[in-house]
Design a protein around this ligand. Structure first.
Ligand code: 13P
Length: 249
């Protein structure tokens, strides 16, 4: 099964370091069946265009402003990343929700801005440990989906990937089990069915993220309930990331 393999660099590497990474990645994934995406920091996107433009590797950003342009010092717009050839943007990552206080209303606005500018959105959802322990994970994720996708048209869902990233599994080495992942993927599809249609639920792309590494990627990516993976730490190692990207699942 063809999978979507996404690397999220977070705030790691320099543009120069990324140049050699991208050269290796483009060469090594040439024959891969999977769709491969890297999301480095904004400052690396012109390098991505130079090295990955014309290759089979897609690239994207880790955030954008909800605004189109104007007096927003320090912000980066959808148009700017699109102009550099970005295909994707990660929105609603738990690190942005937690550390930068991005709420669902803002995430919803950012999604609309991204879609209006022809970008594909990787929308991150997922519960904290406390929410999980109080058995509220499913309700929490459902509400995130409701709020974040409010006002989005069904045909726009073709450009939306849902990334289930339980916060307790991010960077902790504690990955969700396949049974956890399958259950939540089913909840996500059910919610998409309720909000949109059975067809939309069937077609929506769902990926899992949280402590995916060389020891567990095969097991996780072989899970037919999900369409791919969002990989943080491990994506920084080009050999590990290409190994995961080249595998047949
Ligand atoms: P790790 O793979 O480092 O746990 O990070 C997951 C993540 O947050 C990707 O967006």
């Amino acid at each position: 099964m063809k999978k979507l393999i996404i690397g999220n660099f977070k705030m790691n590497t320099t543009p120069s370091e990324f140049k050699s990474y991208a050269m290796t990645l483009a060469t090594k994934v040439k024959g891969a069946k999977n769709t491969v995406v890297v999301c480095p920091p904004f400052t690396h996107l012109s390098v991505a265009r130079e090295i990955l433009g014309g290759s089979k590797v897609f690239y994207g950003a880790q955030n954008i402003s909800a605004e189109e342009n104007g007096a927003f010092t320090g912000e980066i717009s959808a148009k700017m990343i699109k102009d550099l050839g970005a295909t994707y943007v990660i929105l609603g990552h738990s690190e942005r929700r937690g550390q930068f206080k991005e709420n669902d209303k803002l995430v919803n606005k950012k999604i609309k801005t991204a879609l209006a500018n022809g970008l594909k959105v990787i929308l991150c959802v997922g519960e904290s440990l406390q929410t999980r322990e109080s058995k509220q994970a499913q309700n929490f994720v459902r509400k995130q989906l409701d709020d974040d996708l409010k006002g989005i048209y069904e045909n726009e869902l073709e450009s939306v990937v849902i990334a289930y990233e339980p916060i307790w599994a991010i960077g902790t080495g504690k990955t969700a089990t396949n049974s956890d992942i399958t259950k939540m993927a089913e909840i996500i599809r059910k919610e998409i069915e309720l909000q949109f249609s059975p067809k939309a639920a069937q077609n929506i792309t769902i990926v899992y993220g949280g402590s995916i590494g060389l020891k567990n990627y095969k097991k996780i990516l072989s899970n037919a309930a999900i369409n791919g993976a969002l990989i943080g730490g491990t994506s920084l190692d080009v050999d590990a990331f290409t190994l995961i990207a080249r595998e047949n699942y």
